[in-house]
Design a binder for this molecule. Structure first.
Ligand SMILES: NC(=O)c1ccc[n+]([C@@H]2O[C@H](COP(=O)([O-])OP(=O)(O)OC[C@H]3O[C@@H](n4cnc5c(N)ncnc54)[C@H](OP(=O)(O)O)[C@@H]3O)[C@@H](O)[C@H]2O)c1
Length: 275
């Protein structure tokens, strides 16, 4: 298949280029292909991909809270442009969405059929991207994922390890629950999903869930870097964005219908340390 990847220099975009190497790939990095530029609708359509994987996004949630217009430009209107390009060339779209489309009030993991109700700008802008994918196209996969990390990606595990090298003790939020997801595992699951042509909404995350606090404990235990960690609350951790408290996702659709599931978040974290 001929597969275009927007945001190809991001952590998921890079992993997909490795996982999908047997296909004909068109990597579209931000510097050469800005999804907010409407001229890129025709440009992308002219490349005639079979599938476009929309990894491009403004992913800095606090930045989105400070600059909502930029968040909507990239995440909503940028996806509108990419969906219109897919319409023109009859390509399928894989839109990567987020756990933050939910309000985090549910006391169990969110299924694909739960109603989104984002409480912050990032979640609202990503949900608007979902709407464009659904309303403009027949051939779309909306894939919600969460708490992505990869070696050297600078996300939560890298940050905890860096803090532990510099500080004798850490404070980590205990009342934000999610599904840590290892980027290479997500890339593998996406590679299988796009073969199915079973279009729809999916939650692809490593199995299980934990709080940021529990995640940090496991990271330091596996790194053999014992440090005291003080559990704090979201209310005590001041930041521009308001994270939804409980947005663990359950992979119900792909596991039930397609036999696509990801290993536990603990096994995936072990793999991150084995690289
Ligand atoms: N990271 C997470 O925890 C997480 C969780 C759930 C869902 N997701 C979703 O997963 C997808 C991939 O995320 P990721 O972790 O790989 O993020 P990432 O590493 O931040 O990659 C995003 C890429 O998009 C590019 N980009 C930003 N604005 C763009 C624009 N206007 N036009 C073209 N490219 C643009 C970025 O370029 P610059 O670096 O130059 O800005 C970057 O290369 C995103 O859709 C994100 O919303 C991420």
């Amino acid at each position: 298949m001929k597969i275009a990847i927007t945001g190809s220099d991001g952590q998921l975009g890079r992993a997909l280029q490795t996982t999908l190497a047997s296909h004909t790939l068109i990597p579209l990095a931000h510097r050469e292909f800005d999804v907010t530029d409407r001229a890129n609708i025709s440009r992308l359509a002219a490349l005639a991909p079979d599938i476009v994987i929309q990894c491009a996004a403004m992913t800095n949630v606090d930045g989105a809270a400070r600059d909502p217009v930029s968040a909507f430009r990239a995440n909503a209107f940028g996806t509108q442009n990419v969906a219109l390009a897919c319409q023109k060339c009859n390509a399928a779209l894989v839109y990567i969405s987020t756990n933050e489309v939910f309000d985090g009030k549910k006391e169990a993991p969110y299924l694909e059929f739960d109603a989104p109700n984002p409480i912050n700008v990032y979640g609202k802008s990503k949900l608007a991207g979902e709407w464009y994918a659904q309303h403009l196209l027949e051939k779309f996969y909306i894939v919600r994922t969460a708490w992505l990390y990869a070696k050297g990606g600078g996300k939560f595990p890298d940050k905890i390890l860096e803090l532990a090298q510099r500080q004798a003790a850490l404070s980590v939020v205990r009342d934000e629950i999610g599904s840590p997801t290892y980027v290479p595992d997500l890339a593998n699951a996406l590679a299988r999903l796009i073969e199915t042509k079973q279009y729809g909404i999916y939650h692809l995350v490593n199995a299980g869930s934990c709080s940021r606090y529990e995640w940090a404990i496991e990271i330091l235990r596996m790194a053999n870097l014992p440090r005291p960690i003080k559990p704090i609350t979201l209310a005590e951790y001041s930041r521009a964005s308001t994270p939804p408290p409980n947005t663990a996702l359950e992979n119900f659709a792909a596991a039930t219908m397609l036999d696509i599931s990801l290993r536990s978040w603990q096994d995936a974290l072990r793999a991150y340390f084995e690289i």
